[in-house]
Design a protein around this ligand. Structure first.
Ligand SMILES: *[C@@H]1O[C@H](CO)[C@@H](O)[C@H](O)[C@H]1NC(C)=O
Ligand SMILES: *[C@@H]1O[C@H](CO)[C@@H](O)[C@H](O)[C@H]1NC(C)=O
Ligand SMILES: *[C@@H]1O[C@H](CO)[C@@H](O)[C@H](O)[C@H]1NC(C)=O
Length: 434
């Protein structure tokens, strides 16, 4: 049996043993299928096909916030908000959320501009869901920054295209590579044109940092538009990640087969997938059902000490916010290859695209903007050793900061009760120097 079939059988068997279902796998017209029963169990959110996988929505008075859009939440918290649309060169219509000034009104005059880019399966909501004292976007607005929150293609707010519908498989034909090549430059240019500024601050979380490295190595001239990049839970190399997405790594080089298996459009976690992950993640310590049912926590881990349970309904109401299967596979490929490089389409297609059998690594040495790295020991996705490998290749690391709390996780950079104390205060102080 070819190794890839072996993997698929193993994977299907995992589904089966956990779900105590019957069939293993079958070949239909040469394609591999697990039992159809597990294919894309999707909960549709009204007309726009958002995935709200299996989560109960609310357990407290914060239930309402779970259903409010990001602009409505910002307004509710007493901040001004603007909605901007940016069209990329390949036709995606991205929605940006702007908080032009703080709660105490607009003091006028020139303001430094900051662009915040969320991570995988997330949205602009990441930066505004905590209390105003602990949400980075509100803190920046109150400190007189002009704040722009990005939304990567395919998420809740960026599901429009000039010619394609999200129902079309071609809409989902992208990974973080395309976000970096098209979305980031379009958004940076829109912000600079809108504000009349020459440069902006960039703050990225997780995939939001990946996008930055790729943009800056691909278009080195964009480095000149960056005052400082603050990288929260920086990701590039994923060789040592502890997340259960390691399970996908063996499949990832057979991209075509995997795409057939998972569907080559939106990443819609199915029941079996969730069950495997929760078995790995949630048996360590007892946590609420809601966490063990949410693919974002299952991929990124959680930290009970720093998780504010009151916020949970809001978090779960806004996450996951949508992503392409290609992106997940692209990350999984990096686990196998131990490299940071574009999507691996297989030898034949790679030859056509890249002129060589393996994708050429991204040139991190071309990232010359000043970089502040913020990372943590207990981060399943940005392992210490991988962050060190990244740091050693960047030209201009001005701060390499380890969060002084052992249990701090990947999502704590966004949701932690002490996000201000452990991370944001330092982020804000460092920005003042640039
Ligand atoms: C995006 O699509 C939605 C739903 O089709 C529509 O209501 C909205 O106006 C569109 N927005 C833009 C900016 O095209
Ligand atoms: C996906 O995009 C690439 C170009 O990046 C193109 O070559 C390929 O045919 C596309 N696939 C589909 C299914 O649209
Ligand atoms: C937890 O979240 C709620 C709702 O946002 C907030 O009122 C409360 O102050 C938070 N608790 C802590 C310890 O941050």
């Amino acid at each position: 049996m070819k190794p890839i079939y072996q993997f698929l059988v193993t994977f299907c068997a995992l589904f089966v043993s956990i779900d105590s279902a019957i069939p293993m796998y079958s070949r239909i017209n040469g394609k591999i299928h697990c039992n159809q029963k597990y294919k894309g169990k999707v909960h549709n959110n009204k007309e726009n096909n958002l995935v709200v996988p299996f989560g109960e929505k609310g357990i407290s008075s914060y239930r309402d916030d779970a259903d409010l859009s990001v602009p409505d939440l910002i307004t509710k918290n007493g901040y001004p908000v603007e909605i901007h649309h940016v069209v990329t060169k390949d036709g995606y219509i991205l929605e940006l959320h702007r908080i032009p000034h703080g709660r105490s009104g607009d003091p006028g005059g020139k303001k430094p501009v900051v662009f915040l880019q969320h991570g995988f399966l997330a949205s602009s909501a990441d930066w505004i869901m905590n209390t105003p004292e602990k949400s980075l976007a509100y803190q920046l607005a109150d400190k007189n920054y002009d704040v722009f929150l990005g939304n990567a293609r395919g998420n809740t707010y960026s599901r429009n295209h000039t010619t394609l519908s999200p129902k079309d498989v071609r809409f989902w034909n992208f990974s973080y590579h395309e976000m970096a090549i098209y979305d980031v430059p379009a958004v940076i240019d829109h912000i600079l044109t809108t504000t009349g500024e020459q440069k902006l601050f960039y703050i990225g979380h997780s995939m939001g940092t990946v996008m930055f490295w790729v943009t800056m190595s691909h278009f080195p001239e964009y480095n000149a538009k960056i005052r400082l990049m603050s990288a929260l839970a920086p990701v590039a190399y994923v060789t040592h990640i502890k997340s259960p997405i390691r399970l996908l790594a063996p499949f990832a080089t057979e991209a075509e087969l995997v795409l057939k298996f998972f569907g080559d459009h939106e990443f819609l976690p199915h029941r079996g997938f969730i069950n495997i992950f929760r078995k790995i993640v949630c048996q360590r310590e007892p946590v609420g059902e809601a966490i063990c049912e949410n693919v974002v926590f299952l991929i990124a881990g959680f930290d009970k000490a720093e998780l504010n349970e009151t916020m949970l309904p809001v978090i779960l109401g806004h996450t996951p916010a949508g992503a392409s299967t290609h992106t997940l596979i692209h990350f999984a490929q990096g686990i196998n290859s131990a490299q940071f490089r574009p999507f691996d389409y297989g030898k034949e297609e790679n030859l056509k695209r890249y002129g060589q059998e393996e994708p050429p690594p991204y040139e991190l040495a071309k990232v010359s903007a000043p970089i502040a790295l913020f990372w943590a020991d207990n981060d399943w996705l940005a392992a210490k050793i991988d962050v060190a490998a990244l740091a050693s290749q960047l030209q201009n690391v001005v701060l390499n900061y380890q969060v002084p709390f052992k249990k701090f996780t990947h999502l704590d950079f966004i949701f932690a009760i002490d996000s201000d104390k452990y991370v944001y205060n330092n982020v804000l102080e460092t920005m003042e120097k640039y």
